[in-house]
Design a protein around this ligand. Structure first.
Ligand code: FE2
Length: 264
């Protein structure tokens, strides 16, 4: 809903573009209620698959196929009079923008704007959550993977860029180790590039706080040619400077776990 609200004009434009009806009423196309309703029920079809969900092992092909049917099972389980747009969201929430999703491998131009929004929110949620079969990834890692890393082609480019600005990889107050060995604290977001916020250099190379008179900044990392972000806590962040578009990489036909089914 947060992402949908942030891109209301895009929602209107896309819904009008994709409809065959001559003119859709503005109050209809801007209505985000079906988006929220659909979002609540996307994994309804997973309910009978709870054991598989927590299985700490590779799934058989049959089990993996069952998993891939959960969008259809979920849509079918909803009552007859349920909002048709919300039902459509449940059915299509694992479709990827490059046509590699399931259950229909639906091409991009047929994907409803709400489907694209939910795909992104669900993927971000899955990747940053901890499960029995995988560690949680950091927001910085996931935002990078979805915007300019290996999974960018699954998502609507306009929407992931807005998500990156809403979520932010480095929150205000985050302590980042910089390439000069000192530590900067994030003081302001960079609207153009979320990976290059403004920082105040406030800790020395040993991580000890600098005296007030020794503070440097705010430094706009977006305008710095040599000063880079190196790490945050234990996480090496050098990957944020790599754009690894992998457009030729084959997409696995069968995902081996629930996580792989959701992310990418
Ligand atoms: Fe799902």
């Amino acid at each position: 809903m947060l992402l949908g609200s942030a891109v209301r004009e895009y929602v209107v434009k896309e819904r009008q573009r994709q409809t065959t009806a001559r003119a859709l009423r503005y109050d209809h196309v801007i209505d985000l209620v079906p988006l929220g309703m659909g979002a609540m029920f996307i994994d309804l079809g997973m309910t009978p698959l709870r054991d598989l969900q927590n299985a700490d092992r590779a799934l058989t092909e049959e089990e993996a196929n069952l998993l891939r049917q959960h969008p259809l099972a979920g849509a079918a389980a909803l009552p007859e009079g349920f909002n048709s747009v919300a039902k459509m969201i449940v059915r299509t929430h694992h479709e990827n923008l490059d046509g590699s999703g399931y259950p229909d491998a639906m091409p991009a131009d047929q994907q409803h704007i709400f489907t694209r929004i939910i795909r992104i929110a669900d993927a971000y949620d899955a990747a940053t959550a901890q499960h029995v079969y995988k560690e949680a990834k950091s927001p910085a890692r996931v935002i990078w993977e979805m915007t300019c890393g290996p999974f960018h082609r699954f998502f609507d480019r306009n929407l992931v860029r807005v998500l990156a600005r809403l979520i932010q990889p480095f929150w205000i107050g985050t302590k980042l180790r910089l390439s000069n060995g000192q530590y900067g604290v994030v003081v302001k977001y960079n609207r153009r590039n979320p990976f290059a916020p403004d920082v105040v250099i406030a800790f020395d190379r040993e991580g000890q706080p600098l005296a007030k008179s020794e503070l440097v900044g705010p430094v706009e990392l977006g305008n710095e040619r040599t000063l880079r972000i190196q790490s945050c806590g234990d996480e090496d962040l050098s990957f944020i400077y790599h754009v690894t578009f992998m457009d030729d990489a084959p997409c696995p036909a069968i995902r081996q776990s629930l996580f792989e089914a959701a992310y990418p």
